[in-house]
Design a protein around this ligand. Structure first.
Ligand code: HEC
Length: 376
């Protein structure tokens, strides 16, 4: 147990704290956790506050409480949660992926209040009615993002990858790429604020390409969670208005993958990126670093961030050739070698991308260590 937690336990033997705990009632302001530097979602300084901050204020108003912001960088969201709301550092966390498989022990989630997704950013004149319209075009993507992986596995698409949204948009402006598929809220915001809305930004849907967000509340604060939940329901028109104000792509999403399904459970990288900074979206390529802080098998994080949308969470794909629990059964003693070669070089014809240029041997070995835990 951390010193801080022990300290909190001691504090909580004090009468005031006990009384609070007993009634579950809120004393004083509604403390809201948000990222201080994550526009268009939240920002601690400057005139532009971000959608989450404005929404949190509206929610507080509905609850008859005054909002008090507690700022914490969220690009490692689980760490941010551990250091804030899970330690009673605030009452509501704006915001978390709403999908059922993004579970945080000790937290409740309200109803989903906003759809977020990747989006196609293209000049106004370009017809964008499906992925096929981008064939033969140069397409900007964020390195290692789901659209990057999706396009890499299909013929006829040429991608250029970027680390940040702004770089991709600059390339679009210079005509170095013809269109881009970027994280919608960031691309839409930049388009409105910095590029005079010169591009059409069309939301897309498909496996790993979008999801919803909800507010996080500590377990035991069920009554507060219910009140926030109700407020979010009543504030839907205002949420829509805010989404437009910040340039989030709205309207019907264009289905991108062949199997156009609702954002499913295998979108760990996106889930982590939902509602957090563009930096995080770009950083999904370096999951080993966050894995160390998450205290789980490092190869597993990389796998579930990057590979699971084709191979299933933890390799349990229902498609037999993609089921990575069968490697040992399939290749016997040489399975590790086969896996290593396949991961490094890919099997272009079969739709398995090449990873040798993206990940170091050490990272690939970590994935194989993880794959070893799955063999039946
Ligand atoms: C775009 C989809 C896609 C992604 C992303 C993907 N794979 Fe694959 N992978 C495939 C397909 C399809 C096959 C099956 C190829 C075949 O039938 O020979 C495959 C095959 C494999 C195999 C060999 C399986 C066997 O039994 O022969 C391994 C190992 C593997 N992938 C690991 C990975 C790892 C690790 C990652 C992430 C770094 C990854 N894959 C990402 C599509 C993908």
């Amino acid at each position: 147990m951390s010193i801080r937690r022990i300290a909190r336990r001691v504090l909580c033997t004090l009468a005031a704290c006990a009384a609070l705990g007993a009634t579950g009632a809120q004393a004083g302001p509604l403390r809201i956790c948000a990222d201080p530097d994550n526009l268009p979602f939240s920002k601690s300084e400057g005139p532009e506050k971000g959608l989450y901050v404005e929404l949190a204020r509206l929610v507080s108003q509905k609850l008859g409480e005054s909002p008090e912001f507690v700022w914490w960088l969220s690009y490692n969201q689980r760490k941010a949660l551990r250091n804030t709301i899970l330690q009673d550092g605030c009452d509501a966390y704006f915001a978390l992926p709403a999908n059922a498989d993004y579970r945080v022990r000790g937290l409740l989630k309200t109803r989903p209040f906003l759809d977020l997704s990747y989006a196609i950013v293209a000049p106004q004149g370009l017809k964008v009615s499906g992925l096929a319209d981008l064939q033969g075009k140069r397409i900007g993507v964020l390195h290692g993002s789901p659209p990057h992986i999706l396009l890499a596995s299909r013929d006829g698409y040429t991608t250029t990858s970027f680390r940040e949204h702004e770089e991709a948009l600059a390339a679009l402006e210079k005509g170095e790429v013809d269109a881009a598929i970027l994280w919608g809220p960031n691309a839409g915001y930049e388009n409105v604020r910095r590029h005079g809305s010169r591009w059409q930004v069309t939301p897309v849907s498909g496996e790993g390409l979008g999801g919803q967000v909800a507010v996080g509340v500590r377990k035991g604060q069920d009554e507060l969670a219910a009140r926030i939940d109700k407020a979010l329901g009543e504030l839907q028109p205002q949420i829509e208005e805010l989404a437009r104000k910040y340039g989030f792509p709205r309207g019907k999403a264009l289905p991108l993958s062949a199997r156009s399904v609702a954002p499913d459970t295998r979108t760990a990288n996106l889930a982590a990126g939902l509602g957090v900074s563009s930096k995080w979206v770009a950083r999904t390529n370096a999951p080993a670093a966050s894995a160390a802080t998450e205290g789980i098998i490092p190869g597993r994080t990389l796998f579930n961030n990057v590979c699971s949308h084709c191979h299933g969470t933890d390799g349990a794909s229902p498609v037999s050739e993609r089921d990575l629990r069968k490697l040992q059964r399939r290749y016997k003693d040489s399975w590790k070698e086969t896996a290593l070669t396949t991961i490094k070089n890919g099997r272009q014809d079969a739709g398995m991308p090449t990873w040798g240029a993206t990940y170091s041997d050490a990272q690939i070995q970590e994935v194989i260590v993880f794959l070893a835990t799955l063999q039946k």
